[in-house]
Design a protein around this ligand. Structure first.
Ligand code: NAP
Length: 250
């Protein structure tokens, strides 16, 4: 899909789905602004991207002011407004509710959910987003609509993204900005490897069994992101695209 002249912000771009998204979108001609905490990893991602003119900022998504300044500067400073935004930053959390403290619940929301909305708000500031519209994609999870023991906080954060994306799809439709979610099943990344390493062999096999088409590849998710960013999905807004190897069909 041709993404020439598209300027895309990817938050959570230093590894996993975000990193693979950056590399693939750059190959389609997009100009990128990448954000996550690790400067070293972001430099490594940029070195693997095709094309010129990409930028990165090492910022914690809990730092609202730094995000706002970096995004506004990279849009207005170069007089190149964004046409797309992918929110892929996320933190896993598996704690039975009886052990979960308020700080933990709040931390998960402040990484997985709230920055996606605050960045969308920053992108609405004059000059930051193209007046021709564009596309926003939040990376949720099958856990946004399905439960699992000890995952209440994570499920809350991902369900929140799905619900918020539908409201924003309606709020921003008059600006021709589409807002959708992608809900992956398990794909191989640092995050999922940590999960599989932390559980018993029996549980790992059960997780694999729950995916009728097997554990996915990041490319399976990136192809969906590329589609939702492209003109090919120009009449799609407010959906939650499940890409999960059949996990949610059961
Ligand atoms: N992998 C899966 O199987 C799977 C399944 C369903 C949903 N998801 C969702 O997909 C998204 C990406 O997951 P992934 O597997 O690609 O995970 P990952 O490899 O662990 O990548 C997570 C990304 O988020 C960034 N990040 C985390 N906390 C941050 C913070 N406080 N501030 C800024 N950036 C932060 C990390 O960068 P730094 O460490 O450099 O900050 C990294 O770039 C997540 O939202 C996850 O919940 C993944």
């Amino acid at each position: 899909m041709n993404l020439v002249n598209q300027k895309i912000l990817i938050v959570g771009a230093s590894s996993g789905i975000g990193k693979a998204t950056a590399i693939q979108l750059s190959q389609q001609g997009a100009k990128l602004v990448l954000i996550s905490r690790s400067e070293e990893k972001l430099q490594e991602v940029i070195s693997q991207c095709s094309g010129e003119g990409h930028a990165y900022f090492a910022i914690d998504v809990k730092d609202e002011k730094a995000l706002d300044e970096a995004i506004s500067a990279s849009a207005k400073g170069k007089e190149e407004p964004f046409t797309g935004f992918v929110y892929s930053a996320g933190q896993e959390g598996t704690i039975p509710l009886k052990f979960a403290k308020a700080d933990f619940l709040s931390e998960i929301l402040h990484v997985n959910t709230i920055p996606a909305l605050l960045i969308t708000k920053t992108l609405q500031k004059k000059g930051n987003f193209s007046r021709d519209g564009g596309s926003i994609v939040f990376i949720s999870s099958v856990m946004g609509s399905l439960g699992q023991p000890a995952k209440a906080a994570y499920c809350m954060s991902k369900g929140g993204l799905v619900a918020a994306s539908k409201a924003l799809a309606l709020e921003l439709a008059n600006k021709k900005i589409r807002v959708n979610c992608i809900s992956p099943g398990m794909v191989t990344t640092e995050m999922s490897s940590k999960i599989l390493d932390s559980v018993s062999e029996e549980s790992a096999n059960e997780i694999k069994r729950m995916h009728p088409l097997g554990i996915g590849d990041v490319k399976d998710i990136v192809n969906g992101i590329e589609f939702l960013l492209s003109e090919k999905s120009k009449w799609i807004t407010g959906i939650d695209l499940l890409i999960d190897g059949g996990y949610s069909a059961q």
